[in-house]
Design a binder for this molecule. Structure first.
Ligand code: NAD
Ligand code: ZN
Length: 350
């Protein structure tokens, strides 16, 4: 490794789920033969990072763990078997850090569904550190002209909602409801939906979020803290229900409502992962309306390249707020309280 790479670096680490988030010095990792070493400049904070820290999903994290999977930075070193990268390239750390590339799911490009998937900020130390290793095949190529702080949220939030919109399989001019519209994923989903030609109704809570969601391109805003009958309100606003719903809230109730207000023949896409939740769909209505409920899980390399291309063409503006890496605990607190508009991005130099 080059002499300009330090031996130690700042990182946020936790030893046990829900335990202290320690901002401290740890060794700079050494890339394996197939890995890049990325000098992470910025990292988005996804609600998934909060789930990882709490340990509230039925999937164990590595411990101790450095979280984070929306890392944008510069390649500073690489292993001997890396192809297609040079020192100085902009690279992105995303949720899927590696997959077996041999199973029936990898064969068809469904790499996130690989049973051996390796996950950044979950089973592999992620982007809440200044230097992180990333699998060279899965790392995202960020165009050189990109602003790295604004590119960071594309690596999870952007890819995920873009893939979810493709999963909804809508036509231009149709209605899509984004439930959880003012959050990290929702604020990008509105913009990808508009860029893909769909009409957007956004649901979230509070007047400030309404203003925000409308500015981002939603035609209609429904405030779940004020509206008593969400199902009727969404149906009324969309003249019979949206053709598709992207559920990015962390709310079981919101998901159940979406199955009720979706239009006949419509598609409900599940993205948000409220811990321990179940979807409760009325069988009679689901059959008679011929509704489809589909899960959507991040995206593959092609989805990533496409999502970054929308961003590079200026169609997606990430609404970010930049704070220091050391401030992660405060960001988690705001996220838990539902007080975030858009995405917080951590500057790893602070
Ligand atoms: P976030 O906290 O930024 O946004 C969630 C939003 O939902 C907030 O604005 C909140 O006010 C809103 N909300 C809460 N209750 C609601 C309700 N009843 N109706 C409508 N809106 C409501 O979170 P995020 O980073 O956007 O992540 C959202 C979820 O998506 C998390 O569970 C995360 O783990 C998950 N996620 C899934 C994937 C995937 O591949 N499926 C990828 C990334 C994140
Ligand atoms: Zn994420």
């Amino acid at each position: 490794m080059s002499s300009s790479i330090p031996k130690t670096q700042k990182a946020v680490v936790f030893e046990k789920n829900g335990g202290p988030l320690e901002f401290k010095d740890i060794p700079v990792p050494t890339p394996k033969s197939t890995e890049l070493l990325i000098h992470v400049k910025y990292s988005g904070v996804c609600h998934t990072d909060l789930h990882a820290w709490k340990g509230d999903w039925p999937l164990d994290t590595k411990l101790p763990l450095v979280g984070g999977h929306e890392g944008a930075g510069v390649v500073v070193a690489m292993g001997d078997n890396v192809k297609g990268w040079k020192i100085g390239d902009y690279a992105g750390i995303k949720w899927l850090n590696g997959s077996c590339m041999n199973c029936e799911y990898c064969e068809q490009g469904a790499e996130p569904n690989c049973p051996e998937a390796d996950l950044s900020g979950y089973t592999h130390d992620g982007s809440f550190q200044q230097y992180a290793t990333a699998d060279a095949v899965q790392a995202a190529k960020i165009p050189k002209e990109a602003n790295l702080s604004e590119a960071a949220p594309i690596l999870c939030a952007g890819v995920t909602v873009y893939k979810a919109l493709k999963t909804a399989d809508l036509k231009a001019g149709e209605w899509v409801c984004i439930s959880g519209a003012a959050g990290g994923l929702g604020s990008l989903a509105i913009q990808y939906a508009n860029a893909m030609g769909y009409r957007v109704v956004g649901i979230d809570g509070g007047a400030d979020k309404g203003e925000f969601v409308k500015k981002l391109g939603a035609e209609v805003y429904i405030d779940f803290t004020q509206e008593k009958d969400i199902v009727s309100a969404v149906k009324k606003a969309t003249n019979g229900g949206p053709h598709g719903v992207i559920n990015v809230s962390v709310s079981e109730k919101a998901i159940d409502q979406s199955v009720e207000y979706v239009r006949p023949l419509g598609v409900v896409v599940l993205v948000g992962l409220p811990a321990g939740s179940k979807v409760t769909a009325p069988v009679f209505e689901s059959v008679v309306k011929s509704v489809q409920i589909r899960g959507s899980y991040v995206g593959n390399r092609k989805d990533t390249a496409e999502a970054l291309d929308f961003f590079a063409r200026g169609l997606i503006k990430c609404p970010i707020k930049i704070v220091g890496l050391s401030e992660l605990p405060e960001v988690f607190k705001l996220m838990e309280e539902g007080k975030i508009l858009g995405r917080y991005v951590l500057d790893t130099s602070k």
